[in-house]
Design a protein. Sequence first.
Length: 373
Amino acid sequence: MKTAKALFLFCLLVTSQTFSQVYSNKVVGKKNQSEIDSLKTQEYPYVLPIWGDKATKKGFKLPLSAGISVNYLTQKSDLVIDNLNIGFNNGPMYNVDEIIRFNNSVAEADVLTIRPDIWLFPFLNVYAILGKAKTSTAISAGIWLPDSENNWTELTSFSSKANFDATSFGLGVTPTIGIGGGWLALDMNVAWSDVDALDKPVTTFVFGPRLGKTFKFKKPDSNIALWVGGFRVHLSSETNGSLALSEVIPENDLQQKVDDGIIKVEERKVAVDDWWNNLSNLEQNSPVNIAKYETANRVLDKTGNLLNSIDGALSNAGTATVQYSLDKKLKDMWNFIIGSQYQLNRSWMLRAEYGFLGSRTQFMASLQYRFGL
């Protein structure tokens, strides 16, 4: 059933890793000797980066010191959920890890960001991220109960998909080094994403090492870069929130399913008691049987309390609220990325990057304009 979205509500907004492939490149080779001589003798015309004049005199060709880019990211990630607690109308919270099992949990996001940046030092770029996103979290799960033999069976299953709007702000740094068109970049950022249905922002940490090569065209300052690398995402694990029950009950037959569940729990309790009462004194003193009996009763009591709370909330669905808390993490923190950037000139660049492997896929496209400060 599509139970209340608030029962399993959280959003993953992975901040796009908006590193643009520009770097301070050490010009080398006899065929580039005239360019090397020019760099060492010309006056550096900008304030940034700090020590830019010293770097050029050592034969480094620097990118324009400031830029702004517009970036689009779409991504899909599998999630792991645990420590799930839910409650109704600000009443008792129930931990339901024992009885609810998630078959599938997927977060998706479409993100549009603006990224201003400056080269603070010749080998260190710093930037900010401002973003808007459409995100969703889809889950499928089941409620499982044990019998007297500690065999677990599924009482009922359900699925839900919750859609959210989010805004984000982030800060990042990218140390880089380039020699003869080959380069290494270590991009990292932290972002805070404000999701409309969550009590506090989601914090995301991103690290993306890249190793690439730039190939020059005949047209001055025009080139294409190719790279490979990794993409690591870590997000704050705890999520809390509250929603109106009327917003999160999409099924008309939820009441019937809750009623059926209450009946099944009572039937299971009777069966467990019958099993226990039919045991001999010696069997009742067995640690194995005691553990089975206590586990079954604990889980059945918890499930009954949960279903009765849902039943009570449904009787006043117009004003009822659902509270929830949970821990979540990405199923895979790392994936592999490949990318390319076409540089028309020193000011205009267009890039694309694709991430895959593991349980996360992503695609990003970016248009950047650079200028000197």
